[in-house]
Design a protein around this ligand. Structure first.
Ligand code: MN
Length: 500
C-alpha cells in the first residue's frame, strides 16, 4: 500500500489543474525536484521515501484549493529542518514569499520542552506564527494531518503525545479559523490514539446507525430535489454528509451516550446559488415536512463566532424519522469547509485583503495577551485548565439590552456576562434578567439570550460562592482579586498597629 512518489506527484498536478488550469506548474515542478533531491537519502518511519510526506502535505493544501506558493511551500516544508539545504537556498531558488513561508514552518517545528511546558510553548509558537502569517499555520495543519495518518509507524508513547497535542491545540485553532473540514480530519485522526476504546465504540455505533438510515436518506434527498425543482430552484446540489467521528463522540457524551438523540448524525446538505435561494429552499422543505420546534437555526443572520454560515433545520419526515437539513450557498459552503483558507483560494495572487484576515484573527491578538500573563511561571500550571476552557470551548453570543453582542464561552452565567461588561458591574451585580425574566445568577446562558444585570451600588463586592459557577477566567480572577483585597483590608482593620 506504499505510495510511489511519481504517482502522488502526478495526482497533485492533476488536482491543481482541476482547480486552476492557469496555475504556474513550473514552480511546483521545481519545488518537487528540489525537495526530492534534498531528501533523497531519507526514509519515513513507514519505510517509504521521505518525499512522500511533503507531497501528501501539498496534496491536502491543493484539496483546499490553495494557490501555488502555499502548495510549493508545503512541498519544501521539511527541507531546512532535515537536509543540508538551508532557508537561504530556498529563498534564492524560489523567492522571498515561499522562503518566508518555509521559514515560518521550520520555526514552528522546533519545540524543545516536555509536558506542560511543551504545551505552553506550543501554544505560544502557534499564536506567534498566526499573528505573523496565518498561511504558515495552515501548512502546519496539512503537515500534521499526514503525520497523524501515518502514526502507526512510530512508538506508542510518541503516538499518544502527537495525537493529544493535535486534539488539544491544532484542532481547536483550525476550528477558530473556520476550517471545519481540517478540524474534523485532525480530530478524527487523533481520536483513535488518544481514546482508542471510545473511538472503537463510536465507530461501531455510527456504522450500525448509518447502515439503518442510508436507504432512507437517499429517499429524503430525492424528494428534496424534486420539491426544489418544482419550486423553480435551479443549479442546486443535494447531498448527504456524515458527521465526523470525534464530534459525534462529544455529542454522544452530552446526550447520555444515546445515539437516537443525535439528529444530525447523517444530515442532508442543500447547496444553492444565492442567499434568497437559501430561504426559499427552507420554505420548500418546511412545506413538505414539519420542523421540530426550536431546531431552526439561522446562522446566516447570526453567524457562529468562527464565521460559520448556514440555515439548519430538523424535520419530522415520513414514518416519524427525524432528519437535519443544512442549507447554504456555494460561497458559504467553501467557507464552512476551508474557513480562512477559502479567502486565499480565490484571491488575486493568493493574497487576501487585510480586513478579511484581521476580521478572522482579531482573537489571535487577544490570545497573545492572555499568553503574556502566563509567562509568570508560578501561575501558569494552575491556570492551564482555565486557559484551555476560555480559548477552546465553543462560544456563545449574548446581547445587552442595547443590542451589543458579547462573545462568551459556552455555559457562561449572568455573572460572567456582568464582568465581561465591566468589573464594577460584576462586583455590584445582585440579580439578572434573561429575556426579560428574572433569572438566577448561576443560570446557564444560551446564544441569542438578552441579558440585563441589576446592580446595587451599596453592595460591597462579589460573593466568593460565585467562583463555583462562573466560567470565564476573567470573572474568576476578578472575584479572587476582590477576595484577596478584602482579606488584606480586614487584616489591616483588625490589627491596626501592624505596619507592612
Ligand atoms: Mn513535515
Amino acid at each position: 500500500m506504499n505510495a510511489q512518489p511519481e504517482t502522488t506527484y502526478k495526482a497533485l498536478i492533476n488536482l491543481i489543474k482541476e482547480n486552476d488550469p492557469e496555475a504556474d506548474f513550473s514552480v511546483i515542478e521545481k519545488a518537487y525536484e528540489f525537495a526530492k533531491e534534498a531528501h533523497k537519502a531519507q526514509k519515513r518511519a513507514t519505510g517509504e521515501p521521505y518525499i512522500i510526506h511533503p507531497l501528501a502535505t501539498a496534496m491536502t493544501l491543493a484539496e483546499m484549493h490553495l494557490p501555488v506558493p502555499i502548495i510549493a511551500a508545503g512541498i519544501l516544508h521539511d527541507v531546512p529542518e532535515d537536509t543540508t539545504r538551508t532557508i537561504k537556498d530556498i529563498e534564492k531558488e524560489f523567492g522571498f514569499e515561499i522562503g518566508h513561508l518555509v521559514e515560518g514552518i521550520t520555526k514552528l517545528g522546533k519545540i524543545k520542552y516536555r509536558g506542560m511546558e511543551r504545551y505552553i510553548e506550543n501554544l505560544r509558537k502557534m499564536f506567534l506564527a498566526m499573528a505573523e502569517d496565518v498561511r504558515v499555520v495552515v501548512i502546519k495543519f496539512a503537515d500534521r494531518l499526514h503525520n497523524l495518518e501515518t502514526l502507526d509507524a512510530i512508538p506508542p508513547k510518541k503516538q499518544y503525545r502527537v495525537a493529544l497535542e493535535s486534539l488539544e491545540i491544532f484542532a481547536p485553532i483550525a476550528n477558530r479559523l473556520g476550517m471545519g473540514e481540517m478540524r474534523g480530519r485532525l480530530e478524527d485522526a487523533s481520536f483513535k490514539y488518544v481514546l482508542p476504546k471510545e473511538f472503537e465504540w463510536t465507530q461501531n455505533l455510527v456504522e450500525r446507525s448509518e447502515r439503518q438510515k442510508h436507504g432512507y436518506l437517499e429517499k429524503i434527498m430525492d424528494i428534496t430535489r424534486n420539491d426544489l425543482t418544482d419550486a423553480s430552484l435551479t443549479n442546486f446540489k443535494v447531498h448527504g454528509r456524515a458527521k465526523h467521528l470525534y464530534s459525534t463522540y462529544r455529542k454522544l457524551l452530552r446526550h447520555d451516550r444515546n445515539i437516537a438523540r443525535i439528529y444530525d448524525l447523517m444530515a442532508v446538505r442543500v447547496v444553492v446559488p444565492t442567499l434568497a435561494d437559501c430561504y426559499a429552499a427552507l420554505g420548500v422543505i418546511h412545506g413538505r415536512w414539519t420542523p421540530l420546534k426550536g431546531r431552526i437555526k439561522d446562522y446566516i443572520a447570526q453567524p457562529k463566532p468562527n464565521g460559520y454560515r448556514s440555515l439548519h433545520t430538523t424535520v419530522f419526515c415520513d414514518d416519524g424519522e427525524i432528519v437535519e437539513l443544512q442549507i447554504r450557498t456555494y460561497d458559504m459552503h467553501e467557507e464552512a469547509e476551508y474557513g480562512i483558507a477559502a479567502h486565499w483560494a480565490y484571491a488575486e495572487n493568493g493574497k487576501i485583503s487585510k480586513e478579511k484576515i484581521e476580521e478572522r484573527i482579531d482573537w489571535v491578538s487577544q490570545l497573545a495577551d492572555i499568553q503574556k500573563e502566563f509567562q509568570d511561571k508560578k501561575s501558569y500550571l494552575h491556570s492551564l485548565e482555565e486557559l484551555k476552557i476560555d480559548i477552546f470551548r465553543d462560544r456563545i453570543f449574548v446581547f445587552t439590552p442595547q443590542g451589543d453582542v458579547l462573545d462568551l464561552p459556552e455555559d457562561s452565567t449572568p455573572v460572567d456576562f456582568a464582568y465581561a461588561i465591566h468589573t464594577d458591574i460584576g462586583n455590584r451585580c445582585t440579580a439578572s434578567k434573561v429575556n426579560d425574566e428574572i433569572a438566577s445568577l448561576d443560570r446557564t446562558l444560551k446564544s441569542g439570550d438578552m441579558v440585563e444585570i441589576v446592580t446595587d451600588k451599596n453592595r460591597k463586592g462579589p460573593n466568593p460562592d460565585w467562583l463555583k459557577f462562573v466560567k470565564t477566567r476573567h470573572a474568576k480572577s476578578k472575584i479572587r482579586q476582590y477576595a484577596r483585597a478584602g482579606i488584606a483590608s480586614w487584616i489591616k482593620g483588625a490589627l491596626p498597629g501592624i505596619k507592612k
